[in-house]
Design a protein around this ligand. Sequence first.
Ligand code: GLA
Length: 390
Amino acid sequence: MMINEVLECFKKLYGGEGDIRSYFSPGRVNLIGEHTDYNGGHVFPCALTIGTYMAARRRDDRKLRFYSMNFKKVGVVESSLDDFSLGEEGNWTAYPKGVMWTFGEKKHPVLSGMDIVVYGNIPNGSGLSSSASLEVLTGVMLKDMFGYDDLTMVDLAKYGQYSENHYNHVNCGIMDQFAVAMGKKDNAIFLDTATLDYTYAPIRLDDAKIVIASSNKKRGLGSSAYNTRRSECETALAEIQKVRNIRSLGELTPAEFEEVKNAIKDPVRVKRAKHAVYENARTIEAVRDLQAGDIAAFGKLMNASHVSLRDDYEVTGKELDTLVEAAWACDGVIGSRMTGAGFGGCTVSIVKNDAVDRFIESVGKKYLETIGYAADFYVVSIGDGAHRLA
Ligand code: GLA
């Protein structure tokens, strides 16, 4: 068990006395509904059984000590509740520190210093939300340690997003933190990001598996075109609002979009807004198909999602396109698309059980030949949201 190693490490570093508690928070994969969450559209992510583990204990003073078993070279990073500046270190501690800072901003102050050890088995920077996982993990720990029973899991998701937006300066939507906080074993979450209304949809893939392929191309959301895409959509919305009274692109059906798209003055922005509107419609339809047991139709919509992200939203790139096109060429693949922000990161594919080995071999080979380094493959299971372990 992963958590035992984390607890061992904690005791070795900080001593084994007192009330040491442990927590887990998952990563997530989005099945469909990409770049819709900051446009008031729908998303359909699920939490994974891989994620981030934490051991933590309160201190009597205001000191903070952080250690990640993933970044051993960084060592123990010390700071204090009296100083939430980002600091020179510029490392992974920006995520837990950001959430602690957010708790203070939101009138749920961190009441004492802490000793913390974390370990994650989500590949970092792969687009499976290792950062949202760590944010919600910190939130769950703080709520528990300081008895903030008034905070719901949805509040913790919002705190994670607030921290990402205002502390880490990445203008992300709510999807990742919501999926990580609210995940449910064997279910995906159909979330309307305009209202935060959601339902769980059981994912029963009797004869198929969810396979994630990591391009191993690192992406940094902050420095990437993510924030640009977001502002392009905001500008397009403002242009449409001159001719139609809407609050977000997610309110438009594709037919309505076609009526008003001439209000957008730039062809690139037309493509961005088109993706947001059509992807939202695809997501609603895909969930309907899944509920009707039509997994083949669901897969076709995943493929269409990728095409739109490639041609209209332009966030795929050669690595993700190579993975997805090789997947489409492989027998037994029900659907395949990039997942997460794009620009690198991962693809998600639904693959028939008896085709999984062949899929990994043929997509892996094609990727290595075309890109020059290897992809990694993970056959994943859908797990629960963040929670206390012991
Ligand atoms: C990242 C962001 C999310 C979402 C996706 C794209 O994962 O954190 O809020 O916008 O990209 O769907």
